[in-house]
Write a protein that binds this ligand. Structure first.
Ligand SMILES: [Zn+2]
Length: 313
C-alpha cells in the first residue's frame, strides 16, 4: 500500500473517529486513494470478532445509490457498446439508466445495443404461461448462463462480432484477441474438468437457481433449492421438506450466493451435517475473483475442498 505520513495518518484517524461518533454510525471505514491506489485506510467503531472493520468491510448500500447511478449514466452517455446479460436480469435498473444516458447508439435498436443472451442456448425456459406472482424471477429462462465456459466462449464471440461490425479496420485485432481468449479458456477447461471429474453425479443443494449451467458442465446434480421458488425467501415448511430430502439422499453441500442471508442455510447445515459454501456466481462476488478465469478457479477449488472435507459422494 502506498503510504501517507504518520502525522497525516493520525489526523485522518482522528477525523474518522470524530465523524463516527458525531454521526452516531455503528462503524466507519474510510480510505484515501491516490492514482487509484489505496494510500491509507482506517476505521473506528463496530468491532467485529476479528477486530476493527478493515478496508475490506462491506456495508449495505443505503441512499448513496444515486451517486452510483449518476456515474453509470455518465459512462453510458459516452459508451459505443452496451453489452448486457439480458433475459430480464437487468430489468430493474437498465431501462432507467439507458433513458438517463440519452445515447441513441446503446438504446434498443441502436448499433451498440448488445443483448448477449441472443448468442446463448437458454436453460429453464418456462413451458407454460409465465406468472410473476409465482415469484419466478427467470420468466425468460435462466439468466445465470455464463457459468458454463462454453457460454463464456459464445459471449466473447458475440462481443468480437459486435466490435468488428463497429470498427472493421480493427477486425484482425479483435479476431486475435478472441483466439487468445479461446485458447486460454480451452487450457483452463481441461484443468477445471480434471479437478471435478472424480465427483461426477455429486448431489448438492443450492440457494438460488444460479447454477444449472455450471452443474451441467461439471456433472453436479442439483436436487433442491433453499428458495421455494426463485426470488421467494425460504419458508419453514419448504425448509423442513428440504432437510428431510437432504437426509434421505445424504447431501452434504449447500451452495449459497454471497448476497443471500445465511440464517436458513446454516440451520439446514446444523440439521443435516452439510457444509454451507458461499460461492460467488459472478466476477467481483469476492475480492479474489477479478476475472472470468478466477471465477471458475475459485469456485472449483472451494467445491473440491468442501467435498473432500465432508466426504460427500
Ligand atoms: Zn436468478
Amino acid at each position: 500500500m502506498a503510504v501517507v505520513s504518520d502525522i497525516t495518518a493520525r489526523r485522518l484517524l482522528a477525523r474518522v473517529a470524530a465523524e463516527q461518533s458525531a454521526a452516531r454510525m455503528p462503524s466507519l471505514v474510510a480510505g484515501v486513494l491516490r492514482d487509484g491506489e489505496l494510500a491509507w485506510s482506517g476505521s473506528h467503531g463496530g468491532h467485529t470478532p476479528a477486530g476493527l472493520p478493515s478496508a475490506d468491510m462491506q456495508y449495505r448500500i443505503g441512499s448513496i445509490t444515486k451517486t452510483f447511478t449518476a456515474v453509470l449514466v455518465l459512462q453510458l452517455r459516452d459508451a459505443d457498446v452496451w453489452a448486457f446479460v439480458g433475459l430480464d436480469l437487468e430489468i430493474g435498473w437498465m431501462p432507467l439508466l439507458l433513458d438517463g444516458a440519452r445515447n441513441a447508439k446503446i438504446r434498443p435498436g441502436g448499433s451498440g445495443y448488445l443483448d448477449v443472451s441472443k448468442a446463448i442456448p437458454v436453460l429453464d425456459v418456462p413451458s407454460g404461461g409465465v406468472d410473476r406472482s409465482q415469484g419466478d424471477v427467470h420468466p425468460l429462462g435462466n439468466p445465470h448462463y455464463w457459468l458454463d465456459p462454453e457460454n463464456g466462449r459464445r459471449i466473447a464471440k458475440a462481443v468480437q462480432d459486435k466490435l468488428t461490425e463497429l470498427s472493421r479496420s480493427d477486425a484482425a485485432y479483435f479476431a486475435q484477441r478472441y483466439a487468445d481468449f479461446d485458447k486460454r479458456l480451452a487450457d483452463a477447461e481441461q484443468r477445471w474438468k480434471a479437478a471435478m471429474a472424480p465427483y461426477k453425479g455429486l448431489k448438492i443443494v443450492t440457494y438460488h437457481r444460479s447454477w444449472p449451467n455450471f452443474a451441467a458442465e461439471f456433472g453436479l446434480d442439483v436436487v433442491g433449492y433453499v428458495e421455494p421458488k426463485p426470488g421467494i425467501p425460504p419458508s419453514p415448511a419448504h425448509t423442513l421438506d428440504l432437510i428431510q430430502e437432504m437426509k434421505r439422499q445424504n447431501i452434504k453441500i449447500v451452495l449459497v450466493e454471497p448476497y443471500f442471508d445465511l440464517k436458513t442455510p446454516n440451520a439446514i447445515a446444523r440439521e443435516t451435517g452439510a457444509k454451507v459454501l458461499v460461492m460467488p456466481p459472478s466476477v467481483g462476488g469476492v475480492k479474489e475473483v477479478q476475472n472470468y478465469f478466477q471465477l471458475f478457479d475459485y469456485d472449483i477449488n472451494l467445491l473440491v475442498s468442501a467435498i473432500k472435507e465432508t466426504g460427500a459422494k
